[in-house]
Design a protein around this ligand. Structure first.
Ligand code: OAD
Length: 228
């Protein structure tokens, strides 16, 4: 039996933009309205856990009113012909809800909570974490998110996937946040790389085919190319 080609997707906020979830760095993005270091850093959490908790409670609740878009669905649909790994910086669950079976969440997941040491992880769905709730070890129950200033535990798993990729697709990320952005450097030489983004993105890599479209249109174009 012929082995399926392995396509690795590196996705970011732009893949969920057409579902109605704000990106971070576009105009009117989340970081225009919030101070990233207040709501998405370990120091911000230590200074003001209630503000951070409220910010993620809102993001989590939003999951009830958004749906996967065509881009998420087309990525999931490729599983019939390819081995697909999705490495996402997104904390939403839209890739899974579209049917993707192998999703590596580099920056954590909104639908999970954990204790301060992250040794205990629980599914909470879209429910809020009430302010002041304790985990079973007595520490504060917190969103299961990788904040600025924290380790990215799934980085090595993601790097192994990127190295194994026959095709790499970068979609909807500004490639500004490390170490996630550095994953592109793990790709094998001569591996075809596609970029789907309506804007220019600096990747530090040459020879990339840029499909300069929004995610759903970009994924339709890529799907056609892959079928050939
Ligand atoms: P950014 O907001 O930095 O980048 C979003 C990218 O999506 C940009 O390149 C946009 O041009 C592109 N984009 C916008 N609309 C799009 C659409 N409809 N279709 C396709 N692309 C579109 O978001 P990320 O790169 O995901 O981390 O940000 C990385 C990390 O920074 C996040 O995971 C988050 C944030 O701080 C943490 O909070 C830890």
């Amino acid at each position: 039996m012929k082995q399926m080609k392995h396509i690795v997707f590196l996705t970011g906020a732009g893949i969920s933009a057409e579902s109605g979830i704000s990106t971070f760095r576009d105009s009117n993005g989340l970081w225009e309205n919030y101070d990233v270091m207040e709501v998405a850093s370990i120091d911000g959490w230590r200074r003001n856990p209630d503000t951070v908790q409220k910010f993620y409670n809102e993001r989590r609740l939003q999951l009830d009113s958004v749906q996967p878009n065509m881009a998420h669905k087309l990525i999931a649909g490729l599983e019939s012909d390819f081995k697909i790994t999705v490495v996402t910086q997104n904390v939403d669950n839209l890739h899974e809800r579209a049917g993707s079976s192998c999703v590596i969440h580099l920056h954590g997941e909104l639908t999970k909570a954990c204790n301060e040491s992250k040794s205990e992880i629980i599914d909470i769905g879209t429910k809020p974490i009430e302010l002041g709730t304790k985990a079973s070890d007595g520490s504060m129950l917190r969103p299961f998110i990788v904040w600025f200033g924290e380790e990215v535990p799934l980085l090595e798993k993601a790097a192994i996937a990127v190295t194994a990729a026959d095709i790499l697709v970068i979609a909807g990320t500004s490639m500004q946040v490390y170490p996630a952005a550095g994953l592109i450097n793990y790709v094998k030489r001569k591996t075809p790389i596609f970029l789907i983004d309506p804007n220019d993105v600096i990747t530090g890599m040459s020879g990339i085919e840029h499909i300069k479209e929004k995610a759903s249109r970009g994924m339709s174009i890529l799907t056609e190319k892959l079928k050939k």
